[in-house]
Design a protein around this ligand. Sequence first.
Ligand code: ADP
Ligand code: NA
Length: 327
Amino acid sequence: ESPKKIFSGIQPTGIPHIGNYLGALQQWVELQGEGHHVIYSIVDMHSITVPQDPDQLRQNIYDMTACLLACGIDPDKSILFQQSSVSQHAELAWVLGCKATMARLKHLPQWKVKSGPKEEGGVGLFTYPILQAADILLYKATHVPIGVDQVQHLQLAQDLATTFNYHYGQYFPQPTAILGDTKKVQSLRKPDSKMSKSEADPKSRIDLTDSPEVIREKLKKAVTDFTSAVTYDPDTRPGVSNLVRIHSACTGLSYEEICQQNEGIETAKYKFVVADAVITKLDPIRTEILRLQKDRSFLDDVLRDGARKARDFAEKTYSEVKKLVGF
Ligand code: ADP
Ligand code: NA
């Protein structure tokens, strides 16, 4: 098997929650160890497609850097950088955008959801899937770890690679998705919807910086149902099943093993078992985040080195693209 060229991005939207960790970041960490070229970007240019306070955004970029490092992203094994530090993302996005149609972009789910029925979103919100395509193609990535919600955006990147190659000659490889565990971690308050930063109630999610007391408190208040037993059946018992899923992800135990081990235990007591598993998993990460957040100059160094390495790839690709296009 030839080494993969892996690219993925995450928006600096604050401290990640356990859903982000189990659904994305943990896989990012694992992919580093297998001899692949791995490039991870904190995609700050994407985040300004919706309103951002500049000071908060700056803080969020540092926080996300600290969180990624604390989760195990190793700058010696992968390239970790801030998107806006590499100007070729915007330049390639322009070239690709000239090959994308309005009709194609209009049908992407993010636009439909975030701009509403009156299409009130900004042009950036409309075109950011093109910027995502540029993020991926700039590094000639062959594999892109994504959530199921991003499948259509990756298809756009694939189509733009094909269209570019059709017009200018075979150049970009086809990027393929690495779909991890497609089952989402659910909200602790509304177990029928996924855990998300966009849910107003902070008790709906466990953040990577939550203290053991806060984790216990949030899990204690997690919405379950009127059956007091530990079973796994996400359709009829989404609340308890979500706890089993989190428990499983934190311990490596299977759902069956968990249900067996906790047979006859009341749901209220089981919540403390889950809390212990989550605390064991997250506490080293939390301690490291808190340590790194205080070391801005180290975070600056990591981002500066990462940008330098990313730029080496990006400059090469974009200068070749310019020649192909006729610039
Ligand atoms: P949020 O909905 O909290 O804003 P993002 O949309 O920023 O999360 O997602 C960042 C990454 O985390 C994506 O790869 C996404 O698929 C993953 N992710 C987000 N929420 C969950 C969840 N509840 N369970 C599993 N993975 C998730
Ligand atoms: Na989201």
